[in-house]
Ligand binder design. Structure first.
Ligand SMILES: [Zn+2]
Ligand SMILES: [Zn+2]
Length: 354
C-alpha cells in the first residue's frame, strides 16, 4: 500500500440510521484492501432516487451512507494496485456486480442478479473517503472540475437511454421530463439527431431553462404532448424518451409517438401503472417499439461512463447550469429541503468537500 496522505481514523459522513434519520457524524474511514484505492471524495450529487431511499423506503440495512453520483481524488492505493493512479481524479461506476451470473458473463453488469451498490446496498459517496475497487474507477483529466465529473453517473444513465432510442440523424425526438436526467438525455439526443429536440414538462422555470439550452418545449399544463409534437414536428415523434415514470407521462409518450416509432422508458415509477385501452391499441397499430433502460453500459465493448467524460472534456455541453446548488455536508438539511421543495428550481444539488 502507498499513500499521499496520512490516512485519518475517522471521517465525517451523512449516515442514514433509519427512514428519515440522516445524521452528519463521525464514522470510521474504511480500510484499504488489495486491489482497492482510497478515494478522497470531492463532490456528490443528490439523485432523485436518494429521496425515497432516505425519507420513505429506506436502504437495505442501517446505517448506510447514501450517494452514488460522486467524484474524488485517489489518495492511497492498496497492494497490487498501479501506483500511477495516486493523485488522479476519478469517478466511480457505483455497481459492484457478482461477475458470475449470466448477465455478468456477457459484461452486462447493470442486469446482474446479485450485485452490491455504493450508496444503497453499501456505503456510498456522502462522506469524506470511500474505498473503491480499481475495476470501478473511471479516471478523468484534471481539466474537468470535480463537480462536473460528479454528473457523470446521471450523464451515463442518460447517454445509455438516448442510445437505446437508436436515434438516427434527422429523427424528431421528444423527451418527457425536465429534471437533470431529462435535460441530459435531450442534450445527447440532439447530438445524435442533429435536429431540434422537444422537452415536455410542467415546471415553468425548468422549461424556461430547457428553452435557454436551445430545446423546443411543450408545457404539459397547457398542451397535450401529442399536440405539441404536431405543432413542432408536424407529426408524431420518431423517438420518445420517458423520464418521469408516471401513468400520465407513459400514456402521453405512446400518444405522441408516430407510426413505427420507438419509446424508451427511463423514469422510475412511484406506484402501479395502467394504460388506456385506446393507447394500448395504438402501440399495436402504430407498431411502436418500447424498451426499458436501466443504468448504463460499463464494459469492454461499450463504456457510457468514458464516453460521457469525453463529451464533458470536449466542452460541447453546457453543464454548469445543471448544478443548481452546492453545500458542505454539514448543511445537509438545507440541501435536502431544496431538493424536496417543489417550488424551488433545482436540477442537481451537490455536496462538495474541501
Ligand atoms: Zn442517480
Ligand atoms: Zn452478476
Amino acid at each position: 500500500m502507498k499513500s499521499l496522505i496520512e490516512i485519518p481514523k475517522t471521517m465525517k459522513a451523512l449516515n442514514l440510521h433509519g427512514v428519515g434519520d440522516l445524521r452528519y457524524e463521525d464514522v470510521e474511514v474504511p480500510e484499504l484492501t488489495e486491489g482497492t484505492v482510497l478515494l478522497k471524495l470531492k463532490a456528490c450529487g443528490i439523485c432523485s432516487s436518494d429521496i425515497p431511499r432516505i425519507f420513505t423506503t429506506g436502504t437495505y440495512h442501517f446505517p448506510t451512507i447514501p450517494g452514488h453520483e460522486f467524484s474524488g481524488q485517489i489518495v492511497a492505493v492498496g497492494d497490487g494496485v498501479d501506483e500511477s493512479l495516486l493523485g488522479r481524479r476519478s469517478c466511480v461506476f457505483p455497481m459492484l456486480p457478482c461477475k458470475k451470473c449470466k448477465a455478468c458473463l456477457k459484461e452486462e453488469y447493470a442486469q446482474c442478479s446479485g450485485y452490491s451498490y455504493f450508496g444503497s446496498r453499501q456505503d456510498g459517496g456522502m462522506a469524506e473517503y470511500l474505498v473503491v475497487p480499481t475495476w470501478n474507477l473511471v479516471p478523468f483529466d484534471d481539466s474537468i472540475p470535480y463537480e462536473i465529473a460528479a454528473l457523470c453517473e446521471p450523464a451515463a444513465v442518460s447517454l445509455h437511454a438516448a442510445k437505446l432510442g437508436k436515434i438516427a440523424e434527422g429523427d424528431n425526438v421528444i423527451v418527457i421530463g425536465t429534471g437533470a436526467i431529462g435535460l441530459l438525455i435531450a442534450s445527447f439526443a440532439k447530438k445524435m439527431s442533429g435536429k431540434n429536440v422537444a422537452v415536455a414538462g410542467r415546471s415553468e422555470n425548468k422549461l424556461t431553462y430547457a428553452a435557454k439550452l436551445g430545446f423546443e418545449t411543450i408545457d404539459t399544463s397547457k398542451e397535450d404532448i401529442a399536440e405539441g409534437a404536431k405543432r413542432i414536428f408536424g407529426d408524431g415523434a420518431d423517438v420518445t424518451i420517458e423520464a418521469v415514470g408516471s401513468n400520465e407521462a407513459i400514456n402521453n409518450a405512446v400518444k405522441a409517438t408516430g407510426a413505427l416509432g420507438r419509446i424508451v422508458l427511463v423514469g422510475n415509477p412511484y406506484g402501479d401503472l395502467s394504460m388506456e385501452k385506446n393507447v394500448y391499441w395504438s402501440i399495436l397499430r402504430k407498431q411502436i417499439s418500447i424498451t426499458g433502460s436501466w443504468n448504463s453500459s460499463y464494459n469492454s465493448r461499450v463504456n457510457d461512463w468514458k464516453e460521457a467524460l469525453e463529451i464533458f472534456a470536449s466542452g460541447e455541453l453546457d453543464l454548469n447550469g445543471l448544478i443548481s446548488e452546492k453545500y458542505p455536508m454539514s448543511e445537509f438539511e438545507q440541501a435536502f429541503a431544496d431538493v424536496r421543495n417543489k417550488d424551488k428550481f433545482t436540477l442537481r444539488v451537490m455536496f462538495v468537500n474541501k
